[in-house]
Design a protein around this ligand. Structure first.
Ligand code: NDP
Length: 289
């Protein structure tokens, strides 16, 4: 078998196009059901992490392309936690801003949880606030973290009936692995959450119809672990020795056995950004009511 490629760039472009009429509707005056302005996204970048700067640029570029208001707040690594919290308070109160994203990692000395908890849950377009996490697990309307939300969109594009499938998520972070488990459960999959203490990861992966790798270790999921016909979604972004990017899955080997597979780059990454735009549009629509 040779896997079909799940093209994240094409999927992200479709998600973005579907947002355009919703953004146009928001521009209408309040009397006509809009909010009289574009959706507003604020992205806060603290310090000089180069990868973060690249991600922030990609996010603001996509927002600009969609005609959204985007404000980038760039702060030096010497910023104190109190200063950062005060900036978040201002953005929470700003009527032009619907969504606030705090780019992680944050510099040492700043308590990430205290900072992320300060973003108002109604503007938490990353879906990291504990209130939104709880709502996700209770299947209530919420902002779903962008990366796992993007993975769900990709899974749906396969056209495969997902209910009852055995899925494994490798990696248990709050931003990818754990919300991914909640979403797969909502799709009626039977889910295993694997991590660094999992015994016999090869065996666990070998039984799975759906494999989601979110680890951050280059090609740690071997091609011959994959069950023939499985769907493989590679969230990992790792730098190879030659500077090129690679995923958590040994792509060539896995592609020989899987039915569908995402490339790195060009798979989950573009979808993460598209889902951030979708969450921001939703936040603006909720500002209307
Ligand atoms: P974290 O570092 O927060 O979590 C990594 C997880 O992998 C941990 O749960 C860890 O287990 C597990 N792990 C580490 N080593 C192994 C191993 N040998 N076997 C099994 N599990 C292992 O990572 P993130 O969730 O933040 O990110 C994961 C990857 O996804 C990274 O490459 C990141 O760059 C990428 N990413 C990509 C995005 C995109 O848009 N494409 C967005 C976000 C992340 P334990 O808990 O036991 O330590």
């Amino acid at each position: 078998m040779s896997a079909r490629i799940l093209d994240g760039k094409a999927a992200a472009a479709d998600v973005a196009e579907a947002l355009r009429p919703r953004i146009a509707a928001l521009l209408a005056p309040e009397a006509s059901g809009g909010i009289g302005r574009p959706p507003g996204l604020a992205v806060v970048l603290v310090g000089d992490d180069r990868a973060s700067a690249v991600y922030v640029r990609l996010k603001t570029r996509r927002a600009e392309d969609l005609g959204m208001l985007h404000r980038q707040v760039t702060l030096p690594a010497s910023t104190t936690e109190a200063e950062l919290l005060a900036i978040i308070d201002d953005l929470n109160a700003d009527p032009q801003i619907d969504g606030i994203l705090i780019q992680v990692p944050l510099p040492r000395g700043i308590d990430k949880d205290r900072v992320l908890d300060r973003v108002h849950p109604r503007k938490d377009v990353d879906g990291f606030h504990p209130v939104n996490t709880g709502r996700l697990w209770q299947r209530r309307p919420t902002f779903i973290p962008c990366t796992p939300a993007g993975v769900v969109e990709l899974l749906k594009r396969t056209g495969v009936a997902l209910g009852g499938k055995d899925a494994v998520v490798i990696g248990r972070s709050n931003i990818v692995g754990k919300p991914m488990v909640a979403l797969l459960e909502q799709l009626d999959c039977t889910v295993t959450l694997a991590h660094s203490r999992t015994v016999d990861l090869a065996g666990v992966v070998g039984r799975a119809d759906i494999v989601i790798a979110a680890v951050g270790v280059l090609e740690m999921v071997k091609g011959d672990w994959i069950k023939p016909g499985a769907i493989v979604i590679d969230v990992g972004v790792n730098k190879r020795d030659d500077g090129r990017l690679g995923g958590d899955v040994e792509f060539n080997g896995a592609a020989k056995r899987a039915s569908w597979i995402t490339p790195v780059p060009g798979g989950v990454g573009p979808m993460t950004i598209a889902m951030l735009m979708a969450n921001t549009v939703r936040a603006a629509e909720q500002a209307r009511t």
